[in-house]
Design a protein around this ligand. Structure first.
Ligand code: TPP
Length: 674
């Protein structure tokens, strides 16, 4: 048996545990790993020379595939260059298995070349760190080596997923003899089978009762991958209890869940707009008593600050395992369940008690009618709630249609004074919320109070949508990136994976949203909000899903920072990069603090004169440019066309003009309350 056999077995263990993709960066010390991965028949191997970009590409692959990706690099600073992506993976809960080749222990700190202290290289930003045995000649050491790789993969994927380091000390010789074949031995792996926990029935009953008897229940979702089961459960919950559900774009709740649910019960997403309205009456009307959250971070600073001041009496966070942040300084309960299970179970008994069906657990597909494939549309409870809500709230039904060009729409709709809107009449007839066991009913007073709490949220959302439509289409605008993004978002192809770079790209998009009904899944490196790997992450996604459009919206500093994302030999014909080149870190002109300082341009914005034309040429991206609305309108359809191939659209604007236009938008929001 070769002294490297335990190393050569690593790809086989990875393959058996479901890893299909590896991103390698070149080096000599890592050669045994490189060669073993490259020769393994079941693993797709890619080489990316810049380790920072390589690790983010791996992260993008893992995020898109929803399974661990392996990284392999040589010894020395190579592994340190993985650190930004490792930290992002840690906070975004993305599984990465990081193999760092190393000198054997006796040569650390002995003035040998390309040697640093690699044990526990990522410290608190890795879920775990493992040291592969330097000598595996003893059968126990051989067993140990295989066991720890298996454990590392399990740890990376187990919730909350994250990065794990396997440091692999290697002695020469690194290379097989010319013509020598590698053997992949049969290996033993240990597979982790994920479980899903349910709370004891008595506790579930208690939680359900609290939700039923509390008038002002609010659900807020943080960053979360798209999940059809969760979407369905959340909407069922919202319908069953008349609860407003609010999610940023990166919570992916905007995705069409199921056609039978009325759009008016959809999760809300325009909080950046209506939360900026300085009206205490509105804020009072929106104040929750019970806040239920799930997912990771929020983009909407306005919502975060609001919830920190409008402290709910109770805040429950739903998360199956791991540390929980008390983001709003009001956390009272951590519910250890999958959010999809929590929302399904909480609404299940309500539906069952009322309608003899309709919950996820007891529905059946209707083969005659694919639009009601869970049978929920015939649930009288849902119908009753739908009618009740839709009957009382005016909703603009044009939100999902193609928008015209820049038509005159000069006046802005005023925010309805929700504090003075009459409380809708209590529901009548068969409307009852019940739960088994107690036989209790939701009193009409509580039902009425719930409806009264939902109403201002829906009204605020509808107002914000109308306001945005009018504001963004006003005539005589200077060419600016906020409106340019609005136009681009309207034309996103269906099934797009939309990657939003930090910082204004993700913020603008969160304000504007994507057109209703469009299947656009949204990603952003909001684990650490770095600008250092946004392009690489999008490229990883494009490589993972070649049949799907991947659109990256990025600022110029983030884009030029990560140009090495393109420095490899793997085509990404499905990639579209929209570069907002304002020749500066425009965000610093938009936030109080830096914008008032004389150092703004040189030390914060870091003004730069580059255009991306040469980058596009270097990396064979089709190049489009837009400096006016007319150019943008003609470029967008060609740019998004599937046959265009990997393309870059550079939208050139002026940072002070952008700041001025965005200030006009903010002022219009502030003055819209009547
Ligand atoms: C790795 C890293 N370094 C620095 C920052 C701080 N930072 C946040 S936004 C930004 C400027 C981004 O500029 P650009 O990409 O042009 O986007 P814009 O601000 O114009 O939206 C910087 C330097 C960061 N988030 N991450």
């Amino acid at each position: 048996m070769s002294s490297l056999q335990a190393v050569h077995n690593i790809p086989e263990i990875c393959a058996q545990l479901g890893i299909t993709d590896v991103v390698l960066s070149p080096g000599s010390r890592c050669a045994p790993l490189t060669i073993a991965f490259a020769r393994h028949p079941a693993i797709t191997v890619r080489t990316v020379p810049d380790e920072r970009a390589a690790a983010f590409i791996g992260l993008g692959l893992a995020q898109a595939q929803r399974r661990a990706v392996a990284l392999v690099c040589t010894s020395g600073t190579a592994g340190l260059n993985y650190a930004p992506a490792v930290a992002e993976a840690y906070f975004q809960q993305i599984p990465l298995v990081v193999f760092t080749a190393d000198r054997p222990p006796e040569w650390i700190d002995q003035l040998d070349g390309q040697t640093i202290r690699q044990a526990d290289l990522y410290g608190a930003h890795a879920k775990g760190t493992f040291t592969f045995p330097a000598d595996t000649s003893h059968t126990d050491a051989h067993w140990h080596a295989g066991r720890l790789v298996s454990e590392a993969i399990g740890m990376a994927e187990q919730f909350p997923a994250g990065p794990v380091q396997v440091n692999v000390p290697l002695r020469e010789p690194f290379y097989p003899k010319a013509g020598e074949e590698l053997q992949f031995e049969p290996v033993k792996v240990t597979r982790e089978l994920p479980g899903r926990s349910l709370l004891p029935a008595a506790l579930l009953h208690e939680l359900r009762e609290a939700i039923q008897t509390t008038s002002r229940v609010l659900v807020v979702a943080g960053q979360h991958p798209a999940n059809a089961e969760l979407l369905l459960a959340v909407r069922q919950f919202a319908a069953a209890y008349q609860v407003p559900v609010v999610g940023d774009l990166i919570a992916n709740l905007h995705l069409p869940a199921a056609p039978y649910f009325d759009q008016r019960l959809r999760p809300l997403g325009r909080q950046d707009v209506f939360m900026a309205v300085p009206e205490p009456g509105l804020k009072q009307a929106l104040k929750p008593e019970l806040l239920i959250t799930f997912g990771q971070s929020l983009i909407s600073k306005a919502l975060k600050l609001y919830l920190r001041t409008a402290k709910p009496a109770q805040h429950w966070h739903i998360q199956p395992a791991g540390a929980v942040a008390d983001t709003f300084q009001s956390l009272t309960k951590v519910v250890r369940m999958e959010p999809a299970d929590f929302f399904a179970v909480m609404s299940q008994e309500v539906s069952r008690g009322n309608a003899g069906g309709g919950s996820k657990a007891n529905v059946s597909a209707d083969p005659q009618n694919p639009s009601t494939d869970y049978g929920i549309s015939s649930n009288p409870l849902v119908t009753s709630l739908t009618q009740q809500v839709t009957g009382s709230i005016p909703v603009d039904s044009t939100s999902s249609v193609e928008l015209p060009g820049f038509e005159p729409a000069p006046t802005h709709t005023a925010v309805p004074d929700v504090t003075r809107v009459a409380v809708p009449p209590a529901p009548t007839g068969s409307f009852r919320l019940t739960w088994p066991g107690s036989g209790a009913h939701l009193s009409e007073a509580v039902a009425s109070a719930k409806a009264a709490y939902l109403k201002p949220w829906l009204a605020a959302e509808n107002w914000a949508e109308g306001f945005l439509r009018e504001f963004m289409q006003q005539p005589h605008q200077p060419f600016n990136e906020f409106t340019a993004i609005y136009r681009a978002l309207q034309l996103l192809p269906d099934r797009t994976a939309l990657h939003l770079a930090n910082s204004m790209a993700v913020r603008y998009a969160n304000i504007l949203g994507v057109p209703a009904g469009r299947t656009v899944e949204v990603f952003a490196n909001r684990g650490t909000s770095g600008i250092d790997g946004c392009t690489s992450t999008a490229i990883g996604a494009a490589l993972a899903q070649p049949g799907r459009p991947v659109v990256l919206l990025t600022g110029d500093v983030a884009f030029f920072y990560d140009r090495n994302a393109f420095w490899h030999n793997y085509p990404t014909p499905n990639l579209r990069v929209i570069l907002l080149n304002n020749h500066a870190g425009g965000i610093f002109r938009l936030i109080d603090g830096p914008r008032q300082q004389p150092e703004l341009e040189e030390f914060f914005e870091t003004r730069q004169p580059l255009t991306a034309e040469n980058t596009a040429r270097d990396f064979h991206l089709r190049y489009h440019t837009a400096r006016t609305f007319a150019e943008l309108e003609s470029a967008l359809p060609v740019f998004f066309a599937p046959e265009s191939g990997a393309s870059l659209l550079e939208i050139t604007t002026d940072s002070p003009t952008n700041a001025e236009f965005f200030e006009q938008y903010r002022a219009a929001v502030r003055s819209s309350f009547t």
